[in-house]
Design a protein around this ligand. Structure first.
Ligand SMILES: Nc1ncnc2c1ncn2[C@@H]1O[C@H](COP(=O)(O)OP(=O)(O)OP(=O)(O)O)[C@@H](O)[C@H]1O
Ligand SMILES: O=C(O)[C@H](O)CO
Length: 523
């Protein structure tokens, strides 16, 4: 038995090859190899968007002249640089920035997720950590991605630093996903607890990140351009790692260095849409009413340079390269996957069916109804960059294993009080969909993972599934539909096959939304 396991482990690490196809042991080994490759591909995807290298691609400093280049703009440094930052990837970004700026950096304050330093130390990721005598003060907070007292303290320290700057100073702002929860500074009389409750309710009812952050901006001193305003007249350079589809700088971390263009009416529409307008606390009503009659109007941000450092597209481009190196025909389907997780799961389920049929028998077609239904599902999701036709054409011409890659952030409308995250819920739903179709002679694996390494309030990054999921779960006494009805994907995957389908990376120190991989391999 031990020897057989050794063989399987070896096969799991070995590149895919025709040797692995055919026969029951070979099928098991092939299945393990596929899962192992999916994990490795996910790691490479994350590796492509680690903060340090991304920052170094955009920033350079001439040590003799003190000229800082940010893409094609130059800034003269004379020990006049201050730094603030907030987000899941900001610790590594700050470490890289401090190294580059040297003596020019006077002082910094960053707000990063609770436990991130210990996690990076534990993982031996020294490049993500600040040096012992760093000039940057670190606050850890926002446990489970919710604004808390620690994050509030960090936000106040950041505001104080920004308030004290002069026209001779340069403020470097490091921004990444998760920044909204790490920079809470509610406008009085709104309290932190009230803001937290409203954010939680909006998220649970399926509000998009654009909607959520429109409300956050209206209730915050620092979001929606407030930080840039506080730093004026200093020059401000914001370096932004995008975790939002389309990289909109006004949405990422609620745009603290981008003037908000939203009106109170926009906020009221959103609150109406999610049935929250009637129950608003008095403080929120007061702040919204005041904003309507604000004589200063919106903040202006002419003194700011906002630069996107990296995004999901960069990560998937690397995944595509790696998958091709492993012998797959790889296609990036979309980097803008959004919409309800149920619709997204139906789309992937049917895509596997349609693509699998074409891969098994290149001349054959699935039924016209199935093709039409797939197009309908795709149209409902409104994915601006979807390469569906190209992907299906690539499948027909592949004559071997195929990997379809996508990225984005589906939305979960919470119905139950269960524990889970977008990625585990999506994987579970796709697993259930795959079980409905006869996939014949094609091996299928679907993986969904959050590039930050934390899927919702769980320790897993995501999960992977195969078409046998529902039947194998039933054999263990686990009913997929029941877990789904309670949004309980995490306990499901913890129990199913002893947790073997969970994707565990620990906090990665970066954050460019989620990655979805669909592997199709002829047997
Ligand atoms: N039980 C659950 N099942 C499925 N999804 C859940 C569950 N609980 C929370 N979620 C979803 O998890 C998401 C929050 O997770 P997470 O903290 O990973 O967010 P995030 O979007 O990655 O954060 P950020 O964008 O700020 O980096 C929300 O979209 C929420 O709907
Ligand atoms: O922090 C936030 O607002 C989200 O992660 C989107 O950037």
């Amino acid at each position: 038995m031990a020897a057989a396991l050794q063989v399987l482990r070896h096969l799991a690490r070995a590149p895919l090859g025709p040797l692995l196809w055919g026969g029951p042991l070979a099928r098991l080994a092939s299945s393990m190899a596929l899962a192992e490759q999916a994990r490795q591909l996910f790691e490479s995807t994350v590796g492509a968007v680690l903060p340090g290298p991304m920052l170094q691609r955009v920033l350079s400093l001439d040590p003799d002249s003190g000229e800082l280049k940010v893409r094609d703009r130059s800034f003269q440094l004379r020990q006049n640089v201050y730094l603030v930052g907030f987000g899941k990837a900001v610790l590594g970004m700050a470490a890289a920035a401090e190294e580059l700026l040297g003596q020019h950096l006077v002082q910094g304050v960053i707000s990063v997720p609770k436990g991130i330093r210990a996690a990076m130390e534990h993982a031996g990721k020294q490049e993500m950590l600040l040096k012992p005598h760093s000039r940057i003060q670190v606050f850890e907070g926002a446990e489970d991605n919710l604004p808390d007292r620690d994050a509030l303290r960090a936000a106040l320290a950041i505001r104080q630093l920004a308030d004290g700057l002069t026209a001779d100073d340069l403020l470097l702002v490091l921004i990444s996903g998760g920044g909204s929860a790490l920079l809470p500074a509610p406008i009085p009389p709104v309290t932190l607890e009230e803001k937290q409750t409203l954010t939680k309710l909006l998220a649970a009812r399926g509000a998009t990140i654009q909607e959520l952050n429109t409300i956050r901006k209206a209730l915050s001193q620092l979001k929606g351009g407030g930080l840039a305003q506080a730093a004026y007249p200093a020059q401000v350079v914001s370096l932004i790692l995008s975790d939002v589809v389309g990289d909109p700088v006004e949405v990422i971390a609620s745009g603290p260095t981008v003037a908000s263009i939203h009106s109170v009416q926009d906020c009221l529409h959103i609150l109406n849409r999610y049935g929250l307008r009637a129950a608003l606390p008095r403080s929120v009503k007061t702040v919204l009413a005041r904003a309507d009659s604000d004589p200063h109007g919106p903040h202006t941000c002419g003194h700011v340079l906002n630069v996107i450092l990296g995004s999901n597209a960069l990560a998937l481009a690397e995944a595509q390269k790696q998958a091709e190196a492993l012998g797959y025909r790889a296609v990036v389907l979309s980097t803008a996957i959004q919409g309800d997780v149920k619709s997204v799961a139906q789309f992937y389920g049917l895509l596997a069916r349609v693509a699998g049929a074409r891969l098994a028998l290149p001349g054959a077609r699935t039924s016209v109804e199935e093709d039409d239904r797939l197009c309908e599902l795709a149209a409902d999701l409104q994915l601006p960059d979807l390469q569906l036709k190209e992907a299906l054409e690539a499948v027909v011409g592949a004559q071997g294993p195929v990997c379809l890659l996508a990225g984005g952030e589906p939305t979960v409308q919470l119905q139950g009080s269960g524990k889970g995250g977008r990625n585990q819920e999506l994987a579970l739903r796709v697993g259930a969909e795959l079980g409905q179709w006869p996939l014949g002679t094609v091996d299928v694996l679907f993986l969904s993972g959050g590039t930050d390494g934390q899927d919702g309030p769980t320790e897993a990054a995501g999960a992977w599934v195969r078409p046998e999921l529902s039947s194998q779960a039933a054999a263990e006494g686990l009913d997929v539909a029941t877990f789904l009805a309670h949004n309980d994907s995490h306990p499901f995957f913890c129990r199913f096959q002893g947790g073997a389908h969970l994707l565990h990376t620990g906090l990665t120190g970066t954050n460019v939304m989620d990655a979805h991989f669909l592997f199709l391999q002829p047997q």
